[in-house]
Ligand binder design. Structure first.
Ligand SMILES: O=P(O)(O)O[C@H]1O[C@H](CO)[C@@H](O)[C@H]1O
Ligand SMILES: O=c1cc[nH]c(=O)[nH]1
Length: 232
């Protein structure tokens, strides 16, 4: 059985799925960290693989960019493939000078400029929060591995290119650690469907200073964050 956007058969996808915007990152993680893996989706180039890490079955799949794209894949994974845990392994920008490129941000919660959650929540404010068990586990795993992480809020935006000056000052004043394009939507769906989700992001650029990782570095600098996600 497949869906409109995922060609995998029912049991081809594990209960836990690590997700990233970039299909090439998905391929990189699979090829470098999993064993006995197989391609389970290639519709629209949104690569997905299932394999084993320390003998546990795990899937890794791309969700594309933005809440609308991520929502399609996540809803189909939950409704049609019985997925129970989603770990986003993404990149984000920051406006804070206390946070460096390649730092890891664990999103405890996510605010958003997107209307998607309001469309799904009767136009009320939805409180988009990570699963507490996964937060606690992330804290313990990062400590055990000696990896520094920041816990705090992300801002999930619909627009990668927007009014930067305004965003900069608002995010800075409110101590928002990072800016991505999916987390608030992922947390909504996890809450609605009663599954666990957490979003871990590596800082790929400082929107204030213009410093940024090259796109190939956005794949290869992922060692620490991948190790945390796989341990979860
Ligand atoms: O690196 P990924 O996981 O794609 O995450 C970030 O990068 C993309 C924008 O370049 C958006 O998807 C944003 O959320
Ligand atoms: O969504 C994103 C991702 C990376 N960098 C940004 O500034 N925004």
């Amino acid at each position: 059985m497949s869906t409109l956007h995922i060609s995998a058969k029912k049991n081809d996808i594990a209960e836990t799925v690590i997700m990233s915007g970039d299909p090439i990152r998905v391929k990189f993680i699979t090829e470098n960290y999993l064993v006995k893996y197989k391609l389970i989706n290639n519709i629209r180039g949104m690569l997905g693989y299932t394999g084993f890490f320390k003998e546990k079955k795990i899937s890794i799949m791309s969700h594309g960019m933005g809440i609308p794209s991520a929502s399609i894949y996540i809803q189909e994974l939950i409704s049609n493939y019985n997925v129970k845990k989603i770990i986003r392994l993404g990149t984000c920008g920051t406006v804070l000078n206390t946070i460096n490129l390649k730092d890891i941000i664990v999103s405890v919660s996510a605010c958003t400029d997107s209307f998607a959650n309001r469309l799904r929540f009767n136009n009320f404010d939805f409180s988009a929060t990570a699963n507490f068990d996964l937060l606690l586990k992330t804290y313990k795993v990062a400590n055990k591995l000696g990896i520094k992480v920041h816990f705090g809020s992300l801002f999930t935006t619909d627009l990668f290119y927007s009014n930067f000056k305004k965003i900069n000052s608002i995010m800075k004043i409110h101590n928002i650690l990072g800016i991505d394009m999916e987390t608030a939507g992922i947390y909504f769906l996890a809450s609605k469907f009663g599954i666990q989700a957490i979003s871990l992001c590596i800082v790929s650029d400082n929107i204030n200073t213009g410093e940024k990782l090259l796109s190939e570095e956005r794949v290869s600098y992922f060692n620490n964050i991948i190790n945390i996600a796989l341990e979860l």
